[in-house]
Design a protein. Sequence first.
Length: 119
Amino acid sequence: MSIRLGHKAYYDFVKFPRGFNKTGDFTLKEADLLTLFGHTLVSLEQKQLEPMGSEELHFVEVISGLTEPQTLLEKVWLKYIKLARCHRAFHGLCGGKKSQPSAIADNDSEMSSDDYFDD
């Protein structure tokens, strides 16, 4: 790979507080790629770093939407962007319909006190 390694390990503690490999969103290899190259890729994306070489130039084109991703690193970075920057839907454990309180109240009004007490 001709993309430069990051100057230190990359972690996104805001969106992935337990690390990339503990989320279940990334494979171990993908998590390692993000950790090793993340700082370089962020700098290239934010134009804080000039691309050196054809792979870095291609990466900038992919991020700009001019080209389709070809390498695993480009695909992993797009996956990371999608997961980190897009809204994720929350799915609760209970998927049933909400009860209708007005229907319960209507049924209570039809009952008389004789229904509750036996003589």
